[in-house]
Design a protein around this ligand. Structure first.
Ligand SMILES: O=P(O)(O)O[C@H]1O[C@H](CO)[C@@H](O)[C@H]1O
Ligand SMILES: O=c1cc[nH]c(=O)[nH]1
Length: 253
């Protein structure tokens, strides 16, 4: 590995060119697509699940860095980006809706997350809310509306696991531990919109450390209809969410 200022991301302070905002998708393959919607995209580094590009918005540098799947790797990306000067984090992800009226292809903006992860507990006790930053949330909602979308805005359940934590039974064992049996129904009754896997850690880390964070996601499956997403529907939904996050970043830099 070339000389870098942080252990995992392979980035230096010079790479940042003064950037204070990062767009943080889960999937490394999404990074180049996001950077490509901005000016002068440059690949910076790729190590493990962390792929990083830099680009410009209105003459200011923005970093795009994948977090990988789940809280532990997200906590590393956020920590090391913060060490390098990032103060605002916008997550763009894919998600499974759990409310019958939220359709595949819709976009969701998360105001706060149910902490079904473990990593967020390493930053703040469970009584602390995993809440999004107000300015990030309003920028994401405004960007979505400007692009013709009608985003669903509300609470996300953020789980360490894709299968049991999101109460999927169509698995190798077909078994879900008692803690999560009937949990989807409970979240539905409480008005929770969706499942994903990073926002609990991201929002808790940021809210408890004076950092700003927000999250937008494209719906790739409706869990009231099926358990596993359809690969074909994923691309369009992902690309809508990506355009929204870039527009929100433009408003925030
Ligand atoms: O599309 P990304 O950003 O990876 O987000 C979602 O997709 C992954 C699971 O398939 C998890 O990371 C979940 O949060
Ligand atoms: O159902 C889903 C879809 C995407 N990501 C998740 O975590 N869950």
């Amino acid at each position: 590995m070339a000389q870098s200022d942080v252990f995992h991301l392979g980035l230096t302070k010079a790479d940042m060119q003064g950037a204070t905002l990062a767009i943080v998708p889960g999937d490394p393959e999404r990074v180049k697509k996001i950077a490509g919607l901005m000016d002068n995209p440059v690949h910076l580094a790729s190590h493990r699940e962390f792929t990083s590009w830099r680009a410009q918005l209105g003459g200011k540098s923005v970093i795009v860095c994948s977090t990988g799947i789940g809280g532990p790797s997200t906590s590393i990306a956020v920590e090391e980006l913060a060490q390098l000067g990032i103060r605002t984090f916008l997550r763009v992800g894919t998600t499974g809706a759990i409310q019958p009226h939220i359709n595949v292809g819709d976009v969701l903006v998360t105001t706060g997350s149910v902490r079904l992860d473990g990593a967020s507990l390493h930053f703040a006790p469970m009584a602390f809310p995993a809440v999004a930053d107000f300015d990030c949330t309003t920028a994401l909602v405004a960007a979505a509306r400007e692009m013709g979308a009608s985003p669903h805005v509300g609470i996300t359940a953020s789980s360490d696991t894709f299968y049991p934590g999101q109460e999927r039974y169509d698995t190798f064992s077909g078994r879900v531990v008692s803690r999560f049996q009937h949990s989807m129904e409970e979240w539905q009754q409480m008005g929770v919109m969706n499942y994903e896997m990073e926002s609990a850690t991201l929002l808790t880390m940021c809210a408890s450390q004076g950092l700003r964070a927000g999250m937008v996601a494209g719906v790739i499956v409706n869990r009231t209809q099926q358990e596993i997403p359809n690969a074909e529907t994923m691309k369009q939904t992902e690309s809508d969410a990506v355009k929204i996050v870039v527009e929100a970043a433009r408003r925030l830099v």
